[in-house]
Structures are given as C-alpha cells and as structure tokens.
Ligand binder design. Structure first.
Ligand code: COI
Length: 341
C-alpha cells in the first residue's frame, strides 16, 4: 500500500529517499548476485573509469499503480535492450536484459509503498545506472563495473504537466556529433547540454532544442527528450538521425498514432518546416508528452500555438498512452510488465 505520509498530489520530478536500491558488480568476467542496499551512498576507487573517462550510462523507466491496484512497469525490456546497446558502445559488460528486468522487479517490490496511488498522476521513476568502477588511468575500459537501479516517486517533469512550454535553439552549442554518442544514453550527452540548458533557463526557456551538429539545418531533439511535430493534415513526424536517442516513449507513441489511424513519418526535419507544424511536442519517459507552443532561434520566433492551447491530437496521444500505463485502456501491444509483490 502507498505510504500515507507523502503528499502524492504535490510530487515534482526530484530525488527523494526510499527504502533501498539494487546493485550487482561485474568482475573477473561475470556479473555477481543482485543485492538490495539501504545506504544511498556508494564507495568507489578514486581511479574508477566512470570518474575519469565517463565510462557510464543510464536509463529512465516508469512504473505505474494501475486502476486495479497492480503495479506495472512500462516496456522495461525496451530500456534493457537500449542499455545493452549503450553498454556495448561504451565497451562495458551489458546487464543481460532478462536480469535487468528482474532487478527492476526486485527493487520495485522492495519499495512498493513509494509507488504513487492510482489517480494522483504520479509514478515510480526507475533509474538504472551502469558505471565503470575499476581503476583505469591509461585510456582503456575498466576491469570492474557496477550496475545499480534507484527508484523514487515522481510527478510531472515540467511544472503543470500537459501545460505547453517554450523552447529555444542556441546555435553556439551542440548536443551530439554525427556518429558520436547521441544515439545512446550516456551521461556525457546531458553534460554536453548543461551549459546551454542553464543559459536557456536563466533567459526564460525551460528547454532547449538542438539542431544537427554538422549543418544546423535539421531538427534533432530537446535536451531532455525527443521531438515530434503534427502536420496540419494530421501526420506524426519525428526526426530520423544517427545522433538522436531512440526514445521508448516516441517508439510507443508512433504505434499509438498508427492505431489511431495516423500516418507516421520518421525522416529528416528541416528547421524551416517547424513553422508549418500544427503542434510540436517533447517526448520521453520523464516528460511524457509535453506540448511546445513557441520555438525561438535568435530573432526568429516561431509561434506554434497559443500558450495555453493543447492540440487535440496531442491530448489524444497523451490520454491513450497514460491510459495504457495506468491500466484504464486495454494494453493490446503487451507493453505493461506486471510486478509481483
Ligand atoms: C528520462 O526521460 O527518463 C530521462 O532520462 C531524461 C532526463 C532528462 C530525465
């Protein structure tokens, strides 16, 4: 049962302490057993490769308390496979996807009281991490790794949930190079965005949008999430680029859009096309579907909608995906993974 000493309706997207996280160590060529650990601090060697050479990656997943009281994780196998791809790219030993999902189940079961009650709009955020913990001073992969999953109850990422936000393009900073690491989930991609992110926030934009690093002519993604536009004739359009993270939310929404009879296009999107969209949204585990009402690039201000107006297609996509996640709509794709408590 959810705890009664948490104000579930007031949750934002922030860290909070829970009972424990789960961890396993890889050494001598194999993964050790999972262990539930109460202490939220970790001790590691000062020479750990994650500290020096950024040998680390992470994931973002959510679990939902459904209408019938059960707890379901949304598509954990997709995140497990994405972390496997990221690990291989960073020369780290992947956590086998089945073991990854088992670890999600175990850490959620151990923190069941932190899964927000049905009807509050909250969820349990699941943050798996894989880091090089072996000492490594010459540039090379470490010989020891630690896999961890921490969980915490969360609400909306941007204040107001489905309330539209303004975005900015800052041409002085890029997120990821073509054939770099943009298509995998490494902390470095977020570190690369922090300076521009802080500048954007300081100047009044909660999120920045990146164009492709080579030509600055094509839309890539937001600092926190994927980009999607709805054309005036109702098509779902999202960028196809080798430096964009393949978002599980975007993948799922493309299926939802097709189920709703929409045409889905994954293709390069020129910056100049943005002004033709009837709606634009940021898509991701944390942000779900966040409408974007205005995009500024220097003196070019593209107004997509009124600040308080959410396009009905975005509302429909949002209600459908959240309906599946909270068990209100039949899960015809088999996306919800039930956690045994
Ligand atoms: C997520 O959506 O889960 C992410 O990892 C993105 C991060 C900005 C919160």
């Amino acid at each position: 049962m959810p705890r009664n000493d948490i104000d579930w309706e007031k949750l934002g997207f922030g860290f909070s302490d829970v009972n424990c996280h789960i961890r396993a160590v890889w050494k001598d060529g194999e993964w050790g057993e999972f262990e539930l650990v109460k202490d939220p601090f970790i001790t590691m060697h000062i020479g750990a490769s994650c500290l020096h050479y950024g040998q680390e990656c992470f994931e973002g997943i959510k679990a939902f308390r459904q209408k019938d009281g059960r707890i379901a994780i949304f598509r954990p196998m997709e995140n497990a496979k994405r972390m496997e791809r990221t690990a291989i790219r960073c020369v780290m030993p992947p956590m086998p996807p089945e073991k990854f999902v088992e670890a999600c189940d175990r850490v959620i079961a151990a923190n069941e009281e932190f899964v927000p009650p049905y009807g509050t709009g909250g969820s349990l955020y699941i943050r798996p991490l894989l880091i090089g913990t072996g000492p490594q001073i010459g540039v090379a992969p470490a010989k020891e790794y630690t896999f961890m999953i921490m969980v915490m109850p969360v609400g909306a990422y941007y204040k107001g949930g489905m309330k539209p936000v303004r975005a900015v393009i800052l041409d002085d900073w890029d997120r990821a190079a073509p054939h770099g690491m943009g298509d995998v989930k490494v902390g470095g991609n977020y570190a690369a965005s922090l300076f521009a992110h802080e500048k954007a926030k300081h100047d009044g934009w909660p999120v920045e949008l990146y164009l492709d690093a080579k030509s600055h002519q094509f839309v890539e993604e937001f600092s926190t999430s994927n980009f999607m536009g709805i054309t005036k004739d109702g098509r779902y359009v999202t960028p196809d680029s080798c430096s964009v993270l393949p978002s599980v939310t975007n993948l799922s929404l493309r299926d939802v859009a097709r189920d709703l009879g929409m045409t889905v296009e994954r293709r390069p999107i020129p910056y100049t096309e943005i002004r033709d969209f009837a709606a634009v949204a940021a898509l991701g585990t944390a942000v779900v579907i966040t409408p974007v009402w205005e995009i500024t690039r220097g003196s070019d201000v593209i107004r997509i909608s009124d600040p308080d107006v959410v396009h009905p297609t975005l509302t429909k996509l949002y209600q459908t995906v959240q309906g599946i996640q909270y068990g209100e709509i039949p899960d015809t794709h088999g996306w919800c993974h039930e956690v045994s408590i």
